[in-house]
Design a protein. Structure first.
Ligand code: HEC
Ligand code: HEC
Ligand code: HEC
Length: 480
């Protein structure tokens, strides 16, 4: 071998080594890019699934759990789902993670309460599930936050009873539309039914607290709010909204002339919907407009079309408008004032204006052409007055103060009646008793009202069985 050929060979070896290194480095890069893409995909799934709304109690430690989820049966504490090995899901395998989400069974085999919306998540596709698992395990910082145990009253404290409930109501979902490239309407259905679990608030529940499939998205009570009918019905539902308006509402939390998002909807906007791609929000709009219409016979026109009926009292009678938009702490000092017009001018007019038409830019919205004020019951109007609205949307932050401590039930009823008559649905009357019930969290579900009787009936059945066994034994003894 000549020197030249040795040099040549060495050159080739070096070149080969260099190429291999470049290849390896780019492979590592490609792998890292693929991992990043997977984590980003998983994060998008977790956002669309709105996991943060329930699993975050303290914004500084996302997903660290501890938030009490109010259920009619008592508070259920959302788990720590950070990858903490001591307090979170750090020891969950992907199979266990999928079982918790799709079947409502945790890593110890314990049944979860359906406050965790696994009936909806049952339809999450394998691809989305895998990406979400990788996201939680690799990208969410572990937080060792111990969550208080959930203690529901007997008999709901027996978690195994959920197995019976699941046998009745847990259906394995479809995964149609799980890819962003699916047909728009399928994608919308997947986002609404599976990830967005919209029906968990918008569909009314039966005696056993399962969603009534015949009333799908037909409107329901949640924590004192009414999650309205969002079927395609043009009168009772949102058939009169365009898909673009629905998408804008989901993104920003408000649409002029239609309504604003308060309560649980404000949270869904803040934690989930405002981060979703416009194409997904549009797909939700398109799908909702295809949902079979549910009409409430007594509804005459869409809630957002109401604009009052009773003429306003002469403006001169109203107290002068305050220059700033904060509440005047003295306006309701005289607790005896239950004059709706006095209360409105003191507590509301600085923002919503004496005319009720809101400000020019509608940052303080009109109370006419406003779903909450035009609905056939005033629950959302009362809830907005009691608890205010504090919401971060894609476009801006909105804030309406809560009046629960400034106004008593009679005063809230008075101001609500003033608002309904002059700006909304004049046929709606709010009573003091109704405000008291809404303040206490809304009507008690039938299951809870029936529980004492159900327990008594169960006790009688047990006693009867014991008595029958005893009698059979006795008669056998007598015969022998
Ligand atoms: C509407 C509220 C709500 C939403 C939304 C929600 N969860 Fe939960 N989740 C809960 C509650 C409450 C529990 C505890 C239930 C119990 O104790 O029976 C829970 C339990 C869990 C558990 C079981 C952990 C354990 O070991 O205790 C996992 C895992 C979980 N959730 C993951 C998720 C993920 C991932 C998402 C989003 C895709 C999500 N959850 C969305 C309320 C929610
Ligand atoms: C935690 C409960 C909850 C969840 C989950 C929820 N909503 Fe809502 N939604 C509400 C409440 C409550 C309102 C009424 C808000 C108000 O008037 O201030 C509402 C209002 C709406 C409205 C406006 C209807 C109208 O006529 O004013 C639309 C549209 C809507 N929701 C769509 C959705 C979609 C789509 C999803 C799922 C991605 C969803 N919601 C999930 C509780 C919820
Ligand atoms: C400091 C200003 C401010 C005051 C005072 C105020 N509001 Fe509001 N109000 C707002 C803002 C901001 C919104 C939400 C706008 C949005 O979502 O885009 C709102 C929303 C509402 C809504 C719609 C709620 C829903 O869920 O759709 C109603 C109804 C309402 N206000 C009634 C009242 C009444 C009645 C009073 C007096 C008791 C009052 N507001 C006092 C600023 C105010």
């Amino acid at each position: 071998m000549t020197i030249i050929s040795i040099v040549h060979t060495r050159g080739w070896i070096l070149k080969g080594l260099m190429l291999a290194t470049v290849g390896f480095v780019s492979m590592v890069h490609a792998q890292a890019a693929a991992d990043d893409a997977l984590v980003a995909h998983g994060k998008a799934v977790a956002i669309a699934g709105d996991c943060a709304a329930c699993h975050t109690d303290n914004k500084a430690t996302p997903f660290a759990g501890g938030r009490p989820i109010g259920s009619p049966l008592g508070n259920i504490f959302a788990s720590n789902i950070t990858p903490s090995k001591t307090n979170g899901i750090g020891n969950y395998t992907e199979e266990q993670f999928a079982a918790a989400l799709r079947r409502g069974v945790d890593a110890r085999g314990r049944h979860l309460y359906p406050a965790m919306p696994y009936t909806a998540y049952a339809g999450i596709s394998d691809e989305d599930m895998h990406a979400m698992y990788v996201y939680f395990m690799q990208a969410v910082p572990p937080v060792d936050n111990a969550v208080p145990p959930t203690k529901l009253s007997f008999p709901y404290s027996m978690r195994w009873t959920m197995a019976i409930w699941n046998a009745l109501y847990l259906k394995k979902g479809t995964v149609e539309g799980s890819s962003p490239d699916s047909k728009e309407i399928d994608r919308g259905r997947y986002l609404v039914d599976t990830l967005g679990h919209c029906s968990s608030c918008h569909t009314p529940r039966n005696l056993l607290m399962a969603e009534r499939s015949g009333k799908y998205l037909g409107g329901a009570n949640v924590d004192g709010w009414i999650a309205p009918n969002i079927t395609s019905d043009p009168v009772s539902g949102i058939g009169g909204w365009s898909a673009e308006e629905i998408a804008a509402y989901l993104k920003n939390g408000h649409v002029n002339g239609k309504g604003q998002a308060g309560g649980g909807m404000a949270e869904a906007v803040e934690q989930s919907l405002r981060y979703m791609p416009d194409s997904d929000l549009h797909a939700i709009g398109v799908y909702l407009k295809s949902v079979p219409a549910i009409r409430v016979a007594s509804d005459e026109k869409p809630a957002y079309e109401y604009a009052g009926g009773t003429p306003l009292p002469s403006i001169t009678k109203l107290e002068p408008q305050r220059p700033d938009v904060t509440r005047d702490p003295n306006f309701a000092k005289d607790a005896s004032s239950t004059d709706g017009s006095v209360l409105y001018s003191g507590a509301c007019a600085s923002c919503h204006q004496p005319s009720g038409k809101g400000t020019g830019d509608q940052y303080f919205p009109s109370l006419s052409h406003n779903r909450a004020v035009g609905m056939s019951t005033s629950d959302n109007l009362v809830m907005a007055i009691l608890h205010g609205i504090d919401r971060e949307g894609a476009d801006m932050h909105v804030l309406m103060p809560a009046f629960d401590r400034d106004l008593n039930d009679a005063q809230i009823a008075a101001v609500a009646n003033y608002v309904s008559q002059h700006f909304g649905n004049p046929g709606v009357v709010t009573t003091t008793a109704q405000v008291a019930q809404i303040r206490a969290g809304g009507p008690t579900p039938l299951l809870l009202r029936l529980t004492p009787y159900l327990l008594a009936a169960a006790a009688i059945v047990v006693l009867l069985i014991v008595w029958l066994i005893f009698r059979r034994k006795k008669s056998r003894r007598v015969r022998s």
